[in-house]
Ligand binder design. Structure first.
Ligand code: BGP
Length: 483
């Protein structure tokens, strides 16, 4: 591994900060949605707002060289008139300064899903005006922190945010509307291009990219119908973000397929194309949790069922997109978590190789980790399953680097336990445990000590023993061979 490889970990503002109504912060759409529906919320979360020094010290002791975190927009700009909140601005200066003092490179995610509620009330990402507000927000961040921060991500996972909020409906604003899904997705990608344009115009010495919830596509068999379903699924899951952000426009066959599926593309304005083409990202952040196994669409209506409880039983999740594809969640010969997430490290290797061959831009693995129920009241927290999960995934990255991919950093999700959106705080990902019942006390898990060795030896301690059967067709084969 190159000496400057960035080992680190990641969090997001709403999931860890807490202090939801302190020091001038106004609500985001998540505060309102969770309060109104009486659901478990992030009011306190991991209390990072008050404990960030302790968390950054823990990262430093672990040997981490980078920390990816997001900024809460509504902590910085508190209303539609653009009122700035000095205390909010100062908080992130303090976090950044603390990182830099500890030798930790900050990677800032500008938007990790917590849209200010004052914008959601006006239609959120369905409203093109939100793009203007977003660029104004970026301008504030670049002016405040641009000299200190070298790595910026415009958005965390446009796909997950848009699909969960507008299509599946399990996240706010809780809609199930294909037309609105396409429109919100389009506006978000346009906002990405506008933020890149602004950042590049300022000639700061850093890089800007987008973070994508990467789902490397595989096919259940090798038939023409499966190959077509895989291409459609790749457009649906990956290409509308990656092609658009890196190559400068949406795939033509995606636009055709959307039109033939009854989506009106009248939200596209003639001058937009040039904005996309001219303003492409410097790097991509790939969040990897699982591959996506695809079968051809068999019939019936669209079904979008996600297992958010971890108790619903494996195989509860079901995704059928009418006339596009079906996604398989219960393969017989592989392992899944209680939330129906397949554990398949080889997908990370394949995914990196595919992305690098296609796009030739630097890659950061901006999230990777495993969520589980854990008893954190024990003296020692032996999360061996997490150690083997992370070890196998890091091994996949190291193999991809050996095979020529330009991967520059790796972020464990998550730095410490935090609020896992609709899964609540019970689904834990952290290297450090947070005892949510007892004042959010921190306790290092076994995986923390193990990751310390990884960071300190620059990956030399990683050994993976897993063997892979190549049972399924991958998008990689399909990209090489064509449809
Ligand atoms: C990613 C998000 C994170 C995080 C992670 C784990 O999609 O960027 O915010 O939550 O997934 O997912 P979950 O918390 O739903 O288990």
């Amino acid at each position: 591994m190159k000496k400057d490889f960035l080992w680190g970990s990641a969090t997001a503002s709403y999931q860890c900060e807490g202090a939801w109504n302190e020091d001038g912060r106004t609500p985001s759409l998540w505060d309102v949605y969770l309060h109104e529906n009486n659901l478990e919320n992030g009011d306190v979360a991991s209390d990072f707002y008050h404990r960030y020094r302790e968390d950054i010290t823990l990262m430093k002791e672990c040997g981490q060289k980078t920390y990816r975190f997001s900024i809460s927009w509504n902590r910085i700009i508190t209303d539609l008139q653009g009122t700035l909140n000095p205390k909010g601005i100062k908080f992130y200066h303090d976090v950044i300064d603390e990182c830099l003092k500890a030798g930790i490179e900050p990677l800032i995610t500008i938007f990790h899903w917590d849209l200010p509620d004052y914008l959601e009330k006006l239609g959120g990402w369905l409203n093109r005006e939100t793009i203007t507000h977003y660029v104004d927000y970026c301008r504030v961040l670049f002016a405040e922190y641009g000299a200190k921060v070298k790595l910026w991500a415009t958005f965390n996972e446009p796909r997950y945010y848009v699909f969960s909020g507008y299509f599946i409906g399990n996240y706010p604003p809780g809609l199930n509307d294909a037309q609105k899904t396409a429109q919100a997705a389009y506006n978000m990608m346009l906002a990405n291009a506008r933020a890149v344009e602004l950042y590049h115009s300022l000639h700061l010495s850093g890089q800007i990219g987008v973070v994508h919830s990467y789902g490397p596509i595989y096919g259940i068999d090798d038939t023409p119908a499966t190959r077509q379903a895989m291409r459609d699924a790749d457009n649906y899951y990956n290409n509308w973000i990656l092609d658009t952000a890196i190559l400068g426009y949406f795939p033509e066959d995606l636009l055709t397929k959307l039109s033939s599926s009854g989506i009106k593309l009248d939200f596209i304005e003639p001058n937009d194309r040039a904005v996309f083409e001219k303003n492409t990202v410097d790097f991509i952040g790939l969040n990897y949790y699982a591959r996506v196994m695809i079968a051809p669409y068999q019939g019936g209506e669209t079904i979008l069922k996600i297992n958010n409880s971890g108790k619903a039983g494996k195989g509860t999740s079901k995704i059928v997109v009418k006339d596009w594809f079906e996604q398989i969640f219960d393969l017989p010969d592989t392992e899944y978590t209680d939330w129906d997430t397949e554990i398949y490290p080889q997908g990370l290797y394949d995914g990196i190789m595919m992305a690098y061959e296609k796009y030739q831009v630097p890659i950061y693995i901006t999230e990777n980790g495993v969520g589980a129920y854990e008893d954190v009241t024990k003296e020692e927290i032996n999360d061996d399953f997490r150690i083997s999960y992370l070890s196998e995934h890091i091994d996949a990255i190291m193999r991809s680097i050996k095979d020529g991919a330009d991967v520059r950093g790796y972020y464990v999700w998550s730095t410490m336990d935090l609020y896992s959106w609709k899964n609540g705080t019970e689904k834990r990902y952290g290297l450090v445990a947070v005892d949510f019942e007892n004042g959010c006390q921190r306790k290092k898990k076994a995986s923390y000590y193990w990751y310390q060795k990884v960071c300190q030896t620059n990956g030399a301690v990683i050994e993976s023993k897993r063997e892979y059967n190549k049972n399924y067709l991958s998008m990689w084969d399909l990209n090489k061979e064509g449809l």
